[in-house]
Write a protein that binds this ligand. Structure first.
Ligand code: GLU
Length: 263
């Protein structure tokens, strides 16, 4: 009886380990690995309307998602080959480095520090940092945040640029944009600093929030890859898709549909 219990326990451990492994697909580091596996695993956001979010049926939707699907078609010549993995600004690099995803398409700007540790495609969109405040706020621009509290989302490029531009700002960090907006509305800080294209979504949905008109940086969004030779073919194919989609007007059409063409 005792032996039987031990055997059952061992069996249970085996089954559990098997399940845990089956959850994560085999890592594909090169274009070749991806084509052999038969799908491309792309990390995308779900809290960043209109770039990466879920529609009311739970379907991944947005400009970044449409680009991911174009890339899937570019690799496989067939639709429906993309497996989406949700991530946030704060965990997107970790998910890339831990090989949970083949690439990241998540409103991610090319920055000099990121270029040291990751590879990027050509840019597929240009945003700019701006400031979101509550209606009636005395904050009229970035400099007014001196001595005040400003919210950033962890893992975004706003933190370092905000510290450089406004040395005496007190920074409050959140993991997601939804939490950041809740924080602003609850008076935890005076403003949120992030990309205009992300913040405008919140100001359009909520008339108590106002996006200030000035832009304080240039944020070229690009697809991110693990750094190294292994990514070379992948970057080339992705650049081909981005450049062709820009040339034939597909990207511009998507930008218009999502209302992000010009601010
Ligand atoms: N584009 C900026 C970044 O790459 C901020 C927006 C975001 O990704 O949440 O950090």
């Amino acid at each position: 009886m005792y032996k039987k219990i031990i055997l059952l326990l061992i069996l249970a451990v085996f089954i559990l380990c098997g399940c845990a492994k089956a959850k994560k697909e085999p890592v594909a580091n090169t274009l070749d690995d991806i084509t052999k596996r038969g799908n491309v695993i792309i990390g995308v956001k779900t809290d960043t309307y209109p770039f990466g979010f879920k529609d009311k049926n739970g379907k991944y939707t947005g400009y970044d998602i449409d680009l991911a699907n174009l890339i899937g078609e570019g690799i496989f010549n067939e639709k429906g080959k993309v497996k989406f993995v949700p991530l946030t600004a704060s965990d997107r690099m970790m998910k890339l480095f831990s090989e949970d995803v083949d690439m990241v398409i998540a409103t991610m700007s090319i920055t000099p520090s990121r270029l040291q540790i990751m590879d990027f495609s050509d840019p597929y969109y240009i945003a700019g940092q701006s400031v979101l405040v509550k209606k009636g706020s005395k904050i009229k621009g970035l400099r007014d945040l001196n001595g005040k509290k400003a919210i950033i989302v962890f893992g975004t490029s706003s933190e370092s640029s905000l510290r450089a531009a406004v040395p005496n700002v007190r920074i409050v960090g959140y993991k997601t944009y939804d939490e950041a907006v809740r924080g602003l509305k609850q008076g935890k800080a005076d403003a949120i600093v992030s990309d205009d294209t992300i913040l405008i979504g919140f100001s359009l949905k909520d008339s108590n929030l106002v996006l200030l008109p000035k832009r304080y940086s240039r944020e070229p969004y690009a697809v991110a890859f693990r750094k190294g030779r292994e990514s070379e073919d992948l970057v080339r194919v992705v650049n081909g898709v981005i450049n062709e989609s820009s040339r034939n007007g597909t990207l511009q059409k998507l930008q218009k549909n999502y209302g992000i063409k010009k601010y």
